[in-house]
Design a protein around this ligand. Structure first.
Ligand code: IMP
Length: 202
């Protein structure tokens, strides 16, 4: 009996995506960042806080490149806006499970765009009495900054394009790409799912 199987279309080689930063470049840069963190935080038992969902991938590679005792936590933030633009309204969706008083905090974020999310989060964490609060960001879309944010450890500066992959999504798609790519045509990337105007984790 003849069966028809669905055409297997590669997500990783999509014609709608141009590779901006390769998997090898990401991993090489993370090794450098991990070495810097291990040197700067030796003896300090830092707490790395990953911002859900996008930063999970970066956090998981970064901590395996950081050869000192450390702990991790997660926080979830909601941002209102369209699928490709943050509006600036920020709210805490999932808080930390531990107190951070007198701890050395390293916030791990995928991308700093307008800076609105991070400026809210960093101020929030500082107000809880942490000893120090520093920021590691994989990507800096510096041309779009509206709020100044000090990035203490940076992966890459990138131009103003909407990027996906390595944790970054468009309407929840493309987080699984092992590289960072430029999404050329968001309209054709939607998989028939509505783009939410509800709060979403960043
Ligand atoms: P910001 O508050 O404008 O700095 O943006 C913070 C969040 O917006 C990031 O953590 C991402 O989740 C999302 N974001 C900003 N730019 C991009 C992008 O180019 N691709 C995917 N998500 C992005």
């Amino acid at each position: 009996m003849a069966t028809t199987s669905p055409q297997l279309e590669s997500e990783f080689n999509s014609s709608n995506i141009d590779v901006l930063i390769s998997e090898a470049e990401i991993q090489e840069r993370i090794k450098v960042l991990g070495t810097q963190l291990a040197r700067d935080y030796a003896g300090k038992n830092p707490l790395l806080i990953g911002v859900l969902k996008g930063a999970c991938f970066f956090l998981s590679d970064l901590l395996r490149a950081t050869d000192i005792p450390l702990a991790i936590e997660f926080i979830a933030i909601s941002s209102y806006g369209s699928a490709t633009r943050t509006s600036g309204e920020v709210r805490l969706l999932k808080d930390l499970d531990v107190a951070i008083e007198n701890r050395h905090i390293i916030v791990v974020e995928d991308i700093v765009d307008t800076g609105l999310t991070l400026s809210y989060l960093l101020a929030n964490l500082k107000s809880r009495g942490a000893a120090t609060v520093k920021l590691v960001a994989l990507l800096d879309k510096f041309e779009r900054r509206e709020r100044e944010v000090a990035i203490d450890y940076l992966g890459f500066k990138i131009p103003d394009h909407f990027v996906v992959g390595y944790g970054l999504d468009f309407a929840e798609r493309y987080r699984n790409l092992p590289f960072i790519g430029i999404l050329k045509n968001p309209e054709t990337a939607q998989l028939g799912l509505p783009i939410s105007t509800q709060p979403e984790t960043v």
